[in-house]
Design a protein around this ligand. Structure first.
Ligand code: SF4
Length: 388
């Protein structure tokens, strides 16, 4: 039996706070996130519901970072963003300088909007650019063009944002190595402090998946996708971006502090439809149903949990190792010893030996980390650490 030595008492440990905004102007062709189109008239009621849920969830915790994700959080007005932030500041202990990110769709923002949300306390912007080629944006069903994406970036700078992320997607049907290289070069030229690069992932019911099934669009090529990933690694390293997590690159000191909480398997509170939380060894998720969420919060009835589970010490150790391996710094032996009173090498000697032999893991005096090949085949490594 593992001995859990980590502090996990509510209110005694900093948490990251996530706010989900499930509204989108139009559903993208590849989207499997919890987002609703044509429901923008529900935004005022949703903001009230978020404030209600915040009041119900607050227990004096210290908040180290805030993240508005979606959906399209930039469909909230600056006033609504400001109101939610005021509620958070009144209920939680929060440092004025805490990293506060808002995800924005380039098709929904202009300079006055960005200046207003910057004034309300948002200090990091994550722009869902996805591609800087109009044909790829059209295939994805995005509402913006490449020109609008570049303008959004420039407006963000003029509005005072000095910490910007761009989300980009590779592995698209028909996307060549050279079109991906162009997107990366343009993103580098735009000078974002942080880049999140995601491989296209289709779950099976998106319009793009169906178009591929019908033979109207070529299927993604996994070998090309791996080449695109390796190209990004080379190109971004040559432009002083540090590859700090499987899908994330940052200029020095600009790693996303909020997401680092997830990768270090530390506590977070999620507010809103479908938001996940991990507090006191307990993981739970709110209902994905917008109507049920609004009804519960407006009628003072218990919020429906989509999922709720206790994470036992063995699973917690496994998750800490798996999430930590996503980071290029890897998993440190002394961290694991301090948190779990366990010797990582003793506990997982067989898994570590096998993965090292396969060239997926490297092992030094301080700990373990994925190799470049391991980052490409990460799932092949991760499952081995799960308890039976
Ligand atoms: S903007 Fe994002 S969340 Fe909204 S539909 Fe497109 S991919 Fe989904």
């Amino acid at each position: 039996m593992l001995k859990e030595t980590e502090r996990q008492t509510a209110g005694s440990q900093d948490i990251a706070l996530y706010v989900h905004v499930p509204f989108c102007r139009h559903k993208c062709n590849y989207c499997s996130f919890v987002s609703y189109s044509h429901r923008e008239s529900d935004i005022p009621a949703y903001v009230s519901a978020l404030q209600e849920e915040l009041a119900l969830s607050a227990a004096g915790q210290r908040v180290s970072s805030l993240y508005f994700g979606g959906g399209t959080p930039s469909l909230l007005s600056p006033q609504q963003v400001g109101d939610i932030l005021s509620t958070i500041r009144s209920l939680f202990k929060i440092d004025e300088a805490a990293e506060t990110t808002l995800e924005a769709n380039p098709g929904t923002v202009d300079r006055p909007y960005l200046a207003a949300i910057s004034a309300s306390g948002v200090n990091r912007l994550s722009l869902g650019v996805q591609s800087l080629h109009d044909d790829e944006l059209k295939l994805l069903g995005r509402i913006h063009t490449s020109v609008e994406a570049k303008n959004a970036m420039r407006c963000a700078r003029r509005a005072g944002f000095s910490n910007l992320n761009l989300d980009l997607i590779y592995g698209l049907p028909g996307q060549t190595l050279s079109s991906w290289q162009n997107t990366l070069n343009e993103a580098i030229e735009l000078g974002a402090e942080h880049l999140s690069l995601y491989a296209l992932k289709l779950e099976g019911d998106e319009p793009l998946y169906e178009a591929i099934e019908r033979g109207e669009v070529p299927p993604p090529d996994p070998d090309l996708s791996a080449d695109q990933y390796e190209l990004a690694e080379e190109l971004l390293a040559a432009h002083s971006y540090q590859h700090y997590e499987i899908s994330n690159w940052a200029r020095e000191g600009r790693e996303c502090r909020h997401n680092l909480v997830y990768w270090h398997n530390m506590p977070y509170l999620g507010i809103g439809v479908a938001a996940h939380s991990y507090l006191d060894g307990h993981r739970f998720a709110n209902t994905r149903d917008l109507d049920r969420y609004l009804k519960a919060l407006s009628h003072d009835v218990p919020l429906i949990r989509e999922m709720s589970e206790e994470i036992g010490p063995k699973m917690k150790l496994a998750e800490t190792v798996i999430l930590g391996l996503r980071l290029n710094s890897g998993v440190r032996l002394d961290d694991i010893r301090a948190r779990f009173s366990v010797d990582l090498r003793d506990r997982y000697h067989q898994e570590i030996d096998e993965l090292t032999c396969l060239g997926l893991l490297e092992n030094d005096a301080g700990g373990i980390r994925l190799t470049s090949r391991g980052r490409l085949l990460a799932n092949e490594a991760f499952w081995r650490f799960l308890p039976e």
